[in-house]
Design a protein around this ligand. Structure first.
Ligand code: SF4
Length: 244
């Protein structure tokens, strides 16, 4: 989220250009984040949805898609209208500039809404997003997929998050198993559990410690997932379990 959204250019990821559509370089698919800091990942009100529908009518041939990343895609936007679209999103309060960053968390409904859950997901996502709310810090960290599931059914796809959290019940206590190294892009991989589950109280600190270990060890321009693949789990385990 940008402190002064009206000053944020399109390049600040309020809208991410997915790809040119077909061979027509004049049109792009644009992603609209539904991950405001402190909000519920993927939630949008009826009024906000009406605003997006109006914008889709104006800029995307009336088409909106919902992504598995819990955001919206306007699939046919003229490049020269991207800025106007962004201004419309600013007006609608939907221009959070965090696509692909640490606060763009995928979280299942978890125990707040799902009868199968063994732990909460949404409040954990909110606490992590609040910890990393500073947009400068988010951009400094760079691309990072963080996914949370509230039970082994894995609706939050935690196993393919660069960082994954799986909420489990341990003798009546909600604890979180951490996986690292998952990916759902064209280098797909399943994350590896790095050690014992951490308590709800400590889970945000654990994520912070993992990110800190990455920042301390990354090469210039190296994404989190690439640092993890180069170094393996050891420095991240040390960061988490040395602290707890
Ligand atoms: S992962 Fe579990 S808790 Fe989350 S939505 Fe799926 S079934 Fe429910």
């Amino acid at each position: 989220m940008f402190t002064d959204r009206t000053a944020s250019p399109v390049s600040n990821l309020a809208i991410r250009i997915l790809s040119e559509v077909g061979n027509n370089m004049d049109y792009v698919a644009a992603v609209v984040s539904l991950k405001p800091t402190g909000g519920i990942p993927g939630d949008i009100s009826a009024d906000e949805m009406d605003r997006v529908a109006d914008l889709a009518d104006r800029y995307s041939f009336g088409e909106i898609r919902v992504s598995h990343e819990q955001s919206l895609v306007l699939p046919h936007v003229r490049q020269d209208q991207l800025h106007e679209l962004w201004l419309g999103l600013v007006e609608a309060g939907l221009a959070t500039g965090n696509i692909g960053l640490v606060t763009d968390i995928i979280a299942c409904p978890g125990m707040d809404y799902c009868s199968l859950a063994t732990a909460r997901s949404i409040p954990v996502a909110q606490r992590i997003a609040e910890r990393f709310a500073d947009p400068e810090r988010q951009r400094e960290i760079g691309p990072l997929d963080l996914n949370i599931s509230g039970c082994i059914n894995a609706c939050g796809h935690h196993h393919v998050g660069h960082i994954g959290l799986l909420g489990v019940d341990k003798s009546g206590e909600e604890v979180y198993q951490i996986t690292l190294g998952g990916a759902s892009d064209d280098t797909a991989s399943i994350g590896t559990i790095i050690g014992p589950a951490v308590s709800s109280e400590n889970v945000v600190d654990a994520i912070d410690a993992i990110v800190g270990a990455y920042i301390a060890r990354r090469d210039d321009g190296e994404r989190f997932i690439d640092t993890y693949r180069r170094l393996g789990a050891a420095p991240f385990k040390e960061a988490v379990y040395g602290a707890h």
